[in-house]
Design a protein around this ligand. Structure first.
Ligand SMILES: [Zn+2]
Length: 361
C-alpha cells in the first residue's frame, strides 16, 4: 500500500454556480436567531448519533498477511476470524494470493480457503503473486490474475459459487492509460467485477508489528499496537463518512479494506462493537456495490495506488477533507519499517530504511 501525496487543491475546479445555489438554499439557516432563542448546546450536536449505514467487510492477502512463516499461526488466525464473523452474522469476502500456498504447507493453506467457503464467506482474486502492473506489464499482469484462479475457482464451484470479484494489489490499477484499459478490458471479458475500496484504516501497517510483538511474547507491546489500531480505525471510519458526504452528500455503503491478520482476529470483538457504535451494518460486497455510487466512473490514471473516494473526487470535481486525514501514529510507522521493507518496492524513498529479511507476501 502506498500513501497518496498529491496536491488535491490543484485539482479543485471552481463550482461557483453550485456554491451560490447552496448559499441561497442556506439563507434561512444563517438569519440570526431572535435574542430570546435558546442556543443549541455544542456538545449535543457533536454527540448526535450517525444515521445507520452499511459496510462490506473485505479481507485481502488470504490465506494470511503475516511476517511469520508459521502454518499453525495462519490457520489459527483464520479460525478465529471465521468464528467471529459467523458469531456476529457478518458476511465477508476474502481476496486470495495463490502464490502463498507454497510458502507454507500447501494443503493447509488451501484448507484455509475451504474454511472460508464452508463458513459461507465469498472469495475473490487478488492476483497470483501480489505484484503490481508496473512490475509485470499489462499482459503479464492479466496472466498473473488468471494464474491466481487455478485453485480458488474450482473450490468455489464445489460450493456453488463463482469467482466474480477482483481486487488490485496496492490498489494500483495500471499506468499509463493503455495499461489500465488493457487490464480493465481483460477483467470485463473474464467476468470479473473490480472490488473498489471506499474505507481503509491502514490495518496492514499495524498488523506486522503486532505479529512481531506476539512472536516475541511482548504482551504490553501487542496491547499498545491493538489500542492504537482501534483508535486509528475509528478515526478513519469518521473520516470516510465525511468523505462520502463531500462526494455524494450522503452515507454510501462502504467497502472496507482489511487483511487476514492476527491483529484483526484478536481485535474482532472490538471492531464489531465499533461498527455497532457507529451504526454500520455489515452487508455483502454484492449488496454494497449495488448502490449507484459504485457506478461513478473511475477516471484515475496514475502510478500510485489510491482508494475509490480519491478516484471519484477527481471524477466529480469535489474536494475531500484531506486536511483532517491522519496517518497511523509515528511509532507504528517506525515499527512497521523495522519489520518490513515492503514499502520500498512502491517507489518511496527507503534509502534510510534498513533492509528487513525477505518474507512471503
Ligand atoms: Zn494485498
Amino acid at each position: 500500500m502506498i500513501r497518496w501525496n498529491g496536491d488535491w487543491s490543484k485539482m479543485i475546479k471552481s463550482r461557483l454556480c453550485n456554491a451560490l445555489l447552496s448559499c441561497l438554499l442556506l439563507l434561512p439557516a444563517i438569519v440570526p436567531a431572535p435574542a430570546s432563542a435558546e442556543p443549541v448546546p455544542v456538545a449535543k450536536r457533536v454527540e448526535a448519533k450517525p444515521v445507520s449505514g452499511r459496510i462490506a467487510l473485505t479481507f485481502d492477502d488470504l490465506p494470511a498477511l503475516t511476517i511469520l512463516d508459521d502454518q499453525p499461526y495462519v490457520t489459527y488466525l483464520n479460525k478465529v476470524l471465521l468464528r467471529e464473523l459467523k458469531l456476529h452474522h457478518f458476511p465477508a469476502t476474502g481476496f486470495v494470493n495463490e502464490s502463498k500456498f507454497d510458502d507454507l504447507v500447501r494443503p493447509q493453506q488451501i484448507a484455509v480457503l475451504r474454511a472460508w467457503l464452508d463458513a459461507g464467506m465469498d472469495l475473490g482474486n487478488h492476483t497470483f503473486s501480489h505484484d503490481a502492473p508496473e512490475e509485470l506489464g499489462a499482459r503479464g499482469y492479466t496472466e498473473d490474475i488468471a494464474k491466481g484462479e487455478v485453485v480458488t475457482r474450482p473450490l468455489m464451484a464445489a460450493h456453488h459459487k463463482r469467482e466474480r470479484y477482483f481486487r488490485h494489489p496496492y490498489l494500483k490499477s495500471g499506468y499509463p492509460l493503455a495499461v489500465k484499459t488493457y487490464i480493465d478490458d481483460w477483467l470485463t471479458r473474464h467476468g470479473y467485477q473490480i472490488a473498489p475500496v471506499t474505507m481503509d484504516a491502514d490495518d496492514w501497517e499495524f498488523a506486522e508489528p503486532y505479529d512481531y510483538a506476539i512472536s516475541h511474547r511482548d504482551a504490553a507491546m501487542a496491547a499498545h499496537i491493538k489500542g492504537e489500531y482501534l483508535s486509528h480505525t475509528e478515526a478513519m471510519i469518521h473520516w470516510y463518512r465525511r468523505a462520502s458526504q463531500a462526494l455524494f452528500n450522503r452515507d454510501i455503503p462502504y467497502v472496507i479494506l482489511l487483511h487476514a491478520t492476527r491483529l484483526n482476529a484478536d481485535s474482532f470483538e472490538d471492531l464489531a462493537a465499533m461498527l455497532k457504535r457507529n451504526r454500520l451494518k455489515p452487508v455483502t460486497l454484492d449488496e454494497a456495490l449495488r448502490d449507484p455510487a459504485y457506478r461513478t466512473p473511475d477516471s484515475y490514471v496514475g502510478k500510485d495506488g489510491v482508494d475509490w473516494m480519491e478516484r471519484w473526487a477527481l471524477q466529480l470535481h469535489r474536494r475531500l477533507p484531506n486536511e483532517d486525514k491522519n496517518d497511523p501514529p509515528l511509532d507504528i510507522q517506525q515499527a512497521y519499517d523495522r519489520v518490513d521493507n515492503d514499502r520500498c518496492s512502491g517507489g518511496s524513498d527507503c534509502s534510510n530504511t534498513p533492509a528487513a529479511p525477505a518474507k512471503p507476501r
